[in-house]
Design a protein around this ligand. Sequence first.
Ligand code: GN1
Ligand code: MG
Length: 355
Amino acid sequence: MNSISEDIFKFFLPEENLVSEEELTSGHINDTYLVKGSSNKRYVFQKINKDVFPDVPGLIMNKVQVSRHLHEKLPHLPKSERERRVLTFVRSKDESYYYQDKNGNYWNVTLFVEKSQNFESVKSASVAYEGGRLFGSFIRDTEDFDTGKLIEVIPKFHDMSFRFEQFDRALEGSVEERKERAHDLILKALALRTEMQLLEKLKNDGEIRIRVTHNDTKISNALFDLEGKGLCVIDTDTIMPGIIHYDFGDAIRTICNTAREDETNLDLVNFNKEYYDSYLKGYLEALGNSVSVLEKKYFPLAAKTMIFIMALRFLTDYLNNDVYYKTNYPEHNLDRSKNQFKLIDSFDAVMGEVS
Ligand code: GN1
Ligand code: MG
């Protein structure tokens, strides 16, 4: 049975017919499909999880506006080339960029970027460097975008105090068996409680500037061309006002992990300092004057903090019986959390004290 109904397809692409669809399964939240139309063009259809995102029309406005802004930064390139470098949203029949189906689900569509590749984990310093250039360019090119035009897609998304509140509640409500299995991780999380809230404090004290951030800069959200050059930032659902440290840290979390985020053999999970340096080099080159000395000072702490926030969120979801992230087996969230905590141990060993 098709997931993309005729109604949805024609709402975005009235001139075309649906030829084929294939689910892309790497995301943890939304449902995503690669769809081919009769013109032979390919599109990405996305059904947004409305339990996770309270204001989907607002979310879509955020990402459409930022895409438009980024397109305007590349006037020297032909349209076909710009569409490879910046996500391009397909306007719907009513010009709103989204479709609401009869079950209340929201859909949006982007052009698929042909001749591109992405990585779940990094195997060469040049990918780390190119990733740094790409995400650095995103921050630089959105620097002049007014954050007042963006909604907060998920309020307090990267606020550690909020994530600890959720963790505390999960701990109270958890079944004994899961609590026992997670015992060591729970202690590790509690031990880092103060240090991991430092960045949030600096943000709340107004020390660090608020800017447009992507907020989900894992390396699989960067497209590269077939030569391995950074091409296009994707999965822009969580664009909202934030601090640069969220994006720097989340990229490092995935680029410097020598294994995938759910690898269960923890001996394979280590922090790669060479990739950290390569990413930082590319990032700073792309950023130029768009980053301050103070922002840079907290990059190492940002890396540790963003590894930690995912460790904590996976652990919280495990204690909540897996209500948030998609999982493939009962211990999946626990394994993801173990992986991230192992990465923190390795980070500490390689990078030393960061606060
Ligand atoms: C989720 O669905 P996906 O894979 O794009 C999550 C991110 C996490 C990521 C971990 C809205 O992103 O915050 O970093 O999983 N997105 C949301 O892989 O919670
Ligand atoms: Mg995402």
